[in-house]
Design a protein around this ligand. Structure first.
Ligand SMILES: Cc1cc2nc3c(=O)[nH]c(=O)nc-3n(C[C@H](O)[C@H](O)[C@H](O)COP(=O)(O)O)c2cc1C
Length: 369
């Protein structure tokens, strides 16, 4: 049986994190993942944008047992209670993924404050809702709030510099996210094969765990993460293409159909983003090259300096996904899409990943003979 420090820290069976994935919701996917024995993460980016992208809010509340008229705090309270109810029989463990980048910081505070309050008011929730996972921003300054409330705190970084910042901030689990990962990716293209061992060497110790993200999608890649010294792997694209995933069918099918060299990088809402390669995303990449070349040069830009027509294009294209319009849709996914050929049930998939990882790890010592 594979077991790592990650399992012991949060009480999961297998050292796998189902990544939080926006923008719509992965409320049902999180339940299925938690019940399959891995850490399920609720994405919360779907509640950011009721005014500008109401279709995203609508999709989120529909899978949260909430109403369109509810405010963010009420929606969060409902989704946390719903998730707890649906995982408690199987002892599932879950958390929330909250982006803390400058563009969305005011919402991050509402979400995290609500999570802390609701968990305090519902002591039963403490057995299941154990993790706050922050992303896309600076970890410094969040420790007292998150750890003070008794959560395990995870934060995702794209660099060794980011990992050192996490150490300073007091993060429990650093998730090193390589450039091959789906959707939000880093300004500089450092991939998991380099990033993960570098972050392990820099940051892994008695207090701090390290998990790999970006390209992990099966037993081979999970075994590699563990052999590289990580405490587990976070998987996004792999969980996206599952039966229980809340993603639109055209998005899931897009991942399964993706072949060799199936993704590209272009501007996304909070920085560079990795999309499935389609005529629409190719057009977006060409526009990015003209209007926001820093994405390809590793030079960050933001809403004060960039051409907002890129964001407008993304918003229209995400709406097209919601409407099932394949031609206009932009669908994010990681390079792992080219290795994903099926759309299994989450539990079957987790069991297969675990079986394959165990078989590989059992054979590793033979390499020394
Ligand atoms: C469709 C999609 C949406 C994502 N949305 C978010 C998000 O809202 N916030 C975030 O921190 N990461 C997001 N990610 C990144 C994942 O959390 C994870 O780090 C990444 O998928 C790992 O790489 P992989 O796709 O190769 O497994 C998203 C990834 C995908 C594929």
């Amino acid at each position: 049986m594979i077991r790592s420090r990650l399992c012991d820290l949060v009480g999961i069976k297998y050292p796998i994190i189902q990544a939080g994935m926006g923008p719509f919701s992965n409320n049902n996917l999180c339940v299925a993942a938690a019940n399959a024995g891995v850490l399920g993460l609720l994405s919360t980016s779907g509640v950011f944008d009721k005014e500008i992208q109401p279709w995203i809010y609508k999709a989120f509340v529909e899978t949260a047992g909430a109403n369109f008229d509810d405010d963010i705090a009420t929606v969060m309270e409902k989704v946390l209670k719903r998730t707890t109810n649906l995982v408690k029989d199987k002892g599932g463990i879950f958390g929330i993924n909250v982006m803390v980048s400058a563009e969305v910081l005011k919402y991050s505070h509402v979400i995290i404050d609500t999570a802390i309050r609701v968990r305090e008011e519902n002591p039963d929730m403490k057995k299941h809702f154990k993790v706050i996972f922050t992303s896309a921003g600076d970890p410094l300054g969040w420790k007292d709030k998150i750890k003070g409330a008794g959560f395990t705190w995870m934060h995702v970084v794209p660099s060794v510099k980011g990992a050192l910042r996490c150490k300073k901030a007091g993060v429990d689990v650093i998730v090193a996210s390589g450039h091959e990962g789906g959707f939000h990716t880093s300004w500089e293209p450092v991939h998991s094969m380099i990033l993960l061992p570098a972050v392990v060497e820099t940051a892994s110790d008695k207090e701090t765990l390290v998990v790999g993200a970006g390209g992990f999608c099966d037993g081979k890649t999970l075994a590699a993460a563990l052999v590289m010294g990580a405490d587990g792997a976070q998987m996004g694209t792999r969980f996206l293409a599952t039966q229980e995933s809340d993603f639109h069918q055209i998005w899931k099918e897009g991942v399964v159909a993706a072949g060799d060299r199936a993704t590209l990088v272009a501007r996304g809402f909070v920085g560079p983003a990795r999309w499935l390669k389609t005529p629409r995303s190719t057009e977006h990449a060409k526009n990015t090259l003209q209007k926001s070349p820093g994405v390809f040069l590793g030079t960050p830009d933001d809403f004060t300096t960039m051409d907002m027509s890129l964001i407008k294009f993304e918003i229209e294209s995400i709406k097209a996904v919601f409407e099932g319009n394949k031609e206009k849709a932009l669908m994010a996914a990681g390079e792992a899409a080219q290795r994903i050929k099926d759309m299994p049930k989450v539990n079957d998939m987790v069991q297969e990943i675990v079986r394959e990882t165990e078989a590989i790890l059992r054979d590793v010592p033979k390499l020394l003979a």
